[in-house]
Design a protein around this ligand. Structure first.
Ligand code: NAD
Ligand code: UFG
Length: 352
């Protein structure tokens, strides 16, 4: 059973989902070590998480290390006996992965292989892995259940699929491993303090960070990709989930790893089970922020699915977890973060 003395290693813990999860772990009484190379994140996020955690902030240790640096990673495992690992670290931009596939295979696959090797060598065999709804490819129907056939639509998605397969193979080879694969749908929102949130480098690929940058005046308009889908208003439909719900999903997954003796390697969707269109999301954000979001209607973005949302039944039953927050909460917290930090962890100068 997880106790306040449990030591958890979080890879990618300075990133968007990682920083929120680290905060929830600290609040729940865990000792947390973060390994991150800060490739797509800022050490300021770590400092803010430490502050938000108050007295429990002292239980957070940060290592600026690339996961592929096996010697350095081995040193971290030698200095602390970890009870489990949550593995967020990876590159995640779909378009970039199409342009630079080897960068993605190198970073995501070699990083994960190195981590799994070092974990095995130190007898740490409990893992929660950040997978994605992208492993369902273009789903033929919705809601997506964990039993759907898996496929990859781009190199990023292929790295998720391969890492999932590696985990299944590792468990087959040694059944003392316990692995939970969490397939996230569309994480949005921020901690209600407005002190930590998503801060993508360069032009955002995803809807919410883009809307947010239009609202604070960094970009003139949102381009709506596709208005002729067979959906309620013609725009794409997704399952947006508050990052706090997602973070809680990791805590319950960890607890399952500690509690259940026979869990093997198991995948769970983390979504709300509700589909929201692009125009509905824009309307909710306008309501939360009081800002008008100018729109440019455009053609479909290549590779986009029409409608994707989760079946949540397995997570509800197996993890005893259900998302609590709705679209209005997500937009309120996203705007609170954006209005307090219009340039994220950076400054107008770093926005060049
Ligand atoms: P993020 O980029 O904010 O966080 C990832 C972190 O990993 C960053 O801090 C980055 O610096 C670090 N990192 C990358 N490669 C590394 C390496 N080789 N060594 C050490 N650190 C490294 O992304 P996020 O949105 O927080 O996503 C976290 C995980 O969840 C990723 O694996 C991502 O693929 C997955 N995921 C994200 C989404 C999403 O929409 N945000 C959806 C599904 C799955
Ligand atoms: N969209 C726009 N304009 C934009 C950005 C997005 O109209 O500027 C639309 C898209 O066409 C889509 C919806 O908003 O209909 C959501 O797009 P996102 O890029 O935010 O999210 P996706 O579902 O397309 O993809 C994201 C990640 C994937 C991941 C998937 C599920 O980019 O890597 O969520 O987790 F696999």
């Amino acid at each position: 059973m997880a106790s306040s003395s449990s030591n958890i290693l979080v890879t990618g813990g300075a990133g968007y989902i990682g920083s929120h999860t680290v905060l929830q772990l600290l609040n729940a009484g865990f000792m947390v070590s973060v390994v991150d190379n800060l490739d797509n994140s800022s050490e300021i996020a770590i400092k803010r998480v430490t502050e938000l955690a108050g007295a429990k902030g002292k239980n957070l240790t940060f290592h600026k290390i690339d996961l592929r640096d096996k010697k350095a990673l081995d040193g971290v495992f030698s200095s602390t006996k970890f009870d489990a690992v949550i593995h967020f670290a990876g590159l995640k931009a779909v378009g970039e992965s199409v342009e630079k596939p080897l960068l993605y295979y190198n970073n995501n696959l070699i990083g994960s292989i190195t981590l799994l090797e070092v974990m095995g060598a130190h007898g740490c065999k409990k893992l929660v892995f950040s997978s994605s709804a992208t492993v369902y490819g273009w789903p033929k129907e919705v809601p997506c259940t964990e039993e759907f056939p898996l496929s990859a639509a781009n190199p990023y998605g292929r790295t998720k699929l391969i890492i999932e397969e590696m985990c299944r193979d590792i468990y087959v080879s040694d059944c003392s491993w316990k692995i939970i694969l969490l397939r996230y749908f569309n994480p949005v929102g921020a901690h209600p303090s407005g002190y930590i949130g998503e801060d993508p480098r360069g032009t955002p690929n995803n809807l919410m960070p883009y809307i947010q940058q239009v609202a604070v005046g960094r970009r003139p308009a949102l381009t709506v990709y596709g208005t002729d889908y067979k959906t309620k208003d013609g725009t794409g439909v997704r399952d947006y989930i508050h990052v706090l719900d997602l973070a809680d999903g990791h805590i319950v997954a960890l607890q399952k790893l500690f509690k259940d003796s026979n869990i093997g390697c198991e995948a769970y969707n983390l979504g709300t089970g509700k589909g929201t269109s692009v125009l509905e999301m824009v309307a909710a954000f306008e309501k939360a922020s009081g800002k008008k979001i100018p729109l440019v209607m455009a053609g479909r973005r290549p590779g986009d699915a029409e409608v994707v949302y989760a079946s949540t039944a397995k997570a509800e039953k197996g993890l005893n977890w259900k998302a609590k927050y709705g679209i209005d909460d997500m937009c309120r917290d996203q705007w609170n973060w954006a209005s307090k930090n219009p340039y994220g962890y950076g400054s107008p100068e770093s926005d060049k």
